[in-house]
Design a protein around this ligand. Sequence first.
Ligand code: C2E
Ligand code: CA
Ligand code: CA
Ligand code: CA
Length: 277
Amino acid sequence: DFAAVAADQLDLTRRANNLQGPSERGSAALVRAIGHGEIVPWYQPIVELRTGRMTGLEALARWEHPSGALDDPGVFIPLAERTNLIVDLDRAVMRRAFLDVSRWRTRHPGLRVSVNLSGRHLDQEDWVDQVRRAAATAELDPSAVTLELTETVRPSGPGLTADTVEEARDVGFQVWFDDFGTGWASLQELVTYPLDGIKIDRSFAAQLGRHVDNTVVRAMSTAAAELGLKVTMEGVETREQAVIARELGCDYGQGYLWSRPLPAARLEALLVTEDGE
Ligand code: C2E
Ligand code: CA
Ligand code: CA
Ligand code: CA
């Protein structure tokens, strides 16, 4: 199992670097962090390429230590996925994000939020109901919510089926595949599941250019369009990449060109500026 080998490799490297103790100690710290509300969403704008307008935000987990230190998810998400803590983590990030966006939508009624759901989360048979309840608690209209199914390993349990995706969409959620082009999902899966859209993995954005072969991205967005799906290009860092992504048929972009992920307070300040206040 390639993913397991890669995870073990990561663990070994970390131990060697003495950055993180044995994973039992790491996960005990993570359990505490989730319980104490130290895992919080930061927000990165998603922009409509045609108009340049910000239409939504992706909630991305950050570990804000009381000391002020900040961990990025490249370190603690793999740990959480190995230990099943990812289900609690996803829920904590989602709850907080729904509350923030529910509040922001009183002034910005069209604002949308995307949350990441790991394959482990989807292995919970009642995942749709869990998300529905979180939205209801935050008084957030489900039609404002996009669920990014974000796993490099194919979900193994009974949770991800065409029926559960349909159920999520009946509630009003949009359902997207994340990291398309690199994960387990192939074109076949786009036909199998009743999706709303795909996010093309940021490794493809890095390759977009005038004098390179953009066939793969064009093929993915053409297939998506034919199936009635929207397409977001993530990891857009330059103006040129944004222009080419649009020419190749992508609808939305996300990346450092527009903004890095920002803490809630800074994102809120940005929304006020957009108001012209
Ligand atoms: P992702 O879902 O593909 O999120 C996009 C990642 O690309 C984020 O990394 C974001 O900060 C980064 N990014 C955005 N624009 C650019 C750019 O222009 N250039 C480059 N080089 N990078 C860019 P981040 O925040 O480190 O998150 C890494 C991954 O961790 C996410 O990838 C996602 O798979 C996972 N993750 C983050 N938060 C959560 C969560 O709450 N739950 C779950 N299950 N996974 C999460
Ligand atoms: Ca994502
Ligand atoms: Ca992604
Ligand atoms: Ca990713």
